[in-house]
Ligand binder design. Sequence first.
Ligand code: TYD
Ligand code: MG
Length: 453
Amino acid sequence: MAKSSTFTCTACGAVHSRWSGRCDGCGEWNSIVEEAPLTTGPKSKSLGAKRGTPIPLSDLATDEAPPPRTCSTITELDRVLGGGLVPASAILVGGDPGIGKSTLLLQAAARFAKSGLKTIYVSGEEATAQVRMRAQRLGLADAPVKLAAATSLRDILTTLEAEAPGLVIIDSIQTIWSDTVESAPGSVSQVRAAAHELTSFAKRKDVSVILVGHVTKEGQIAGPRVVEHMVDTVLYFEGERGHQFRILRAVKNRFGPADEIGVFEMTGAGLAEVANPSALFLSTRGTPSPGSVVFSGIEGTRPVLVELQALVAPTPHSQPRRAVVGWDGSRLAMILAVLESRCGIPFAGLDVYLNVAGGLKISEPAADLAVAAALLSAREDTVLPADTVVFGEISLSGALRPVGQTENRLKEARKLGFTSAIAPAGGKSTGDSGMELSLMSDLTSFVGDKFGA
Ligand code: TYD
Ligand code: MG
């Protein structure tokens, strides 16, 4: 049977039987492209000609210690990896172009090489002289890293076979092409084939690979999501263009906790680690103003304090605007609905803007109460005391639900000079936090108590 071509979404990799303007899988517009059928596949005619022999789980040696991880000594990176680099693991680092992926990985390569791991940095985008210039600027020119400028998968694998490194960094996977695949470099099938070859090479030869993937906006180039399922660990490097803060976030990790973050600052001499992100996120905070509330959050295993800013203003439009930066828009709609229907505070005819200061993206429901507090403070034009942090989840009934790690949230707040907290009642013991606690069981009593409504 003749194989027909398929239609693949370059953003998420979903396969469709025919072209359409919008991908059903991820909702992206203009991301579906026609792909020629794969011409390669298993060469063997009869399936199962050479069978593998399964081993009983109990027969596997248990007294053998797991292979040691290698630490880059960049603490923020090692923590996101789950405590260092696992041998023979495959890692994807995705992010917008220009966010600092190459800078981060060149710095990491230098540190891994200095820790004794034989490291090769393969650049498909820059010539070796350009990479060297960057290394010089970062003060890493003497690091024992080997550089290669190559885009052909065959060349790269031959080099790796000969060099037998412990770690290889491929910058970026979208520039690598395999001569067994007919489509253009950067297409979904090329990116998939290259990622598959490199990750299986990693497992076979005990080499760790780090693949860099650009998040793409135009339709022809495949995004990093199409290879997420092939790797052990998926990290995204995020940040706002106008801010110098960069956040490395683990979204999948077979060897450590997901949702862990590492915080960096882009400086003239590369990325600097930020050991105390709370201090950094709050550093831009001026005198408290209406709509500003400090949320005591948890990112991965670490407490992080951030400022939430809200603006509520009469709308000149027939349809009021709801704009959110750094939080979930539908979650905001939910909080507004609960405030309207459970507490009788209308937001009709008012534009609502919500911003998480510093460029951090929050996904915790524990931010609900802080968001509600920011909205009310902006709407009522009142200022919450400057030394107060807020956290708690709001349910649709208007009840406040306790959240995890209360003690850590309070400890971090106290460390940064806060003296009181507004939190849900009924949580686990808050210990001897030394903070003045205002425990609330529902949103109505919170509104009455703090805003006199
Ligand atoms: P880069 O690592 O090339 O981004 P990516 O690989 O994700 O595309 O980083 C590019 C940006 O970083 C560029 O706009 C300049 C900035 N930068 C610094 O501010 N300081 C530095 O020391 C370096 C190397 C880059
Ligand atoms: Mg780059």
